[in-house]
Design a protein around this ligand. Structure first.
Ligand SMILES: Cc1cc2nc3c(=O)[nH]c(=O)nc-3n(C[C@H](O)[C@H](O)[C@H](O)COP(=O)(O)O)c2cc1C
Length: 252
């Protein structure tokens, strides 16, 4: 089984490719969390994968909550792998997952980052069309190598140095205590389609008087609402209205 979380499709694409190649079922962590399904039955020899983006050099809050609740029924040292998509580096994010799993008696066997277009539009512009194409071509090659390793059940853990752990500890503090929804709003372009509401994994958006309202103080900050709004109406503070949006071609 491949468990994935995605905001803008990078991780969905990687998870889908892996699931097709190793013939394992693809399952959304958001959907499992919605249904509070946190017990997974593993068959003997079945591989289990986690594919998700890095946030603040750590793991998305929804993935963390899911793994904290996770129960692997029938686990007999099954091969567990993770591929963490990123726009730059993952630092200690893999270490976070490894520790969470080992605290529950499960061993992470394979951990690799996958460089893909950066979607952190709250601070930066997304890569240009040309750069995005080049990045996706490069990541496809990297993904092929990762799939070969996973098929062979290779045990490869990216070195988890002290520097990476420290960077994650500091950056993740801001994620844990931040991810405020206060600065989100819909501008005049909003067509009241409700897409943002149905996409939000935090269930933080409700349509009130025909416009999205952020009804929870924190969200996962996946930015699906911003990037996947069909008319680019969702904004965050003053920076996003001048920036472009990014959605992986697999979701278009
Ligand atoms: C809230 C947030 C924080 C992010 N932090 C990092 C980071 O620390 N390092 C990094 O390389 N990329 C970071 N990114 C970029 C994403 O990890 C990257 O674009 C990822 O592939 C997006 O995956 P998705 O399309 O499956 O949502 C961040 C993106 C978001 C939305």
């Amino acid at each position: 089984m491949i468990l994935y979380f995605t905001g803008t499709g990078n991780s969905y694409y990687a998870a889908k490719r892996i699931s097709e190649e190793i013939n394992e079922e693809l399952v959304s962590i958001s959907l499992l969390m919605e249904k509070n399904e946190v017990a997974i039955e593993l068959q003997e020899g079945e591989s289990l994968g986690f594919v998700f983006p890095v946030y603040y050099y750590g793991i998305p809050s929804i993935v963390k909550e899911f793994v904290e609740k996770l129960e692997l029924k029938g686990y007999k040292n099954n091969y567990i792998f993770t591929v963490i998509t990123c726009g730059g580096t993952i630092e200690g994010a893999g270490g976070q997952l490894k520790e969470l799993l080992s605290g529950k008696g499960y061993t992470l066997d394979f951990l690799q980052p996958l460089l893909m277009p950066d979607n952190y539009v709250l601070m930066y512009n997304v890569p240009s069309k040309e750069k995005t194409e080049a990045l996706l071509n490069k990541s496809e090659k990297q993904l092929k190598g990762i799939i070969t390793s996973i098929k062979a059940k290779e045990k490869v853990i990216l070195p988890l140095g002290l520097k990476g752990r420290l960077i994650t500890k500091v950056a993740y503090y801001f994620y844990k205590n931040g991810r405020s929804t206060k600065k989100f709003y819909a501008d005049d372009k909003c067509i009241s389609c409700g897409n943002c509401q149905s996409l939000c994994p935090s269930k933080a958006i409700e349509i009130i008087d025909g416009k999205p309202s952020w009804v929870k103080s924190q969200c996962v900050q996946c930015l699906a609402c911003i990037h996947r709004c069909p008319v680019e109406a969702i904004q965050y503070g003053g920076g996003t209205s001048a920036r472009k949006r990014y959605v992986h071609p697999s979701l278009k």
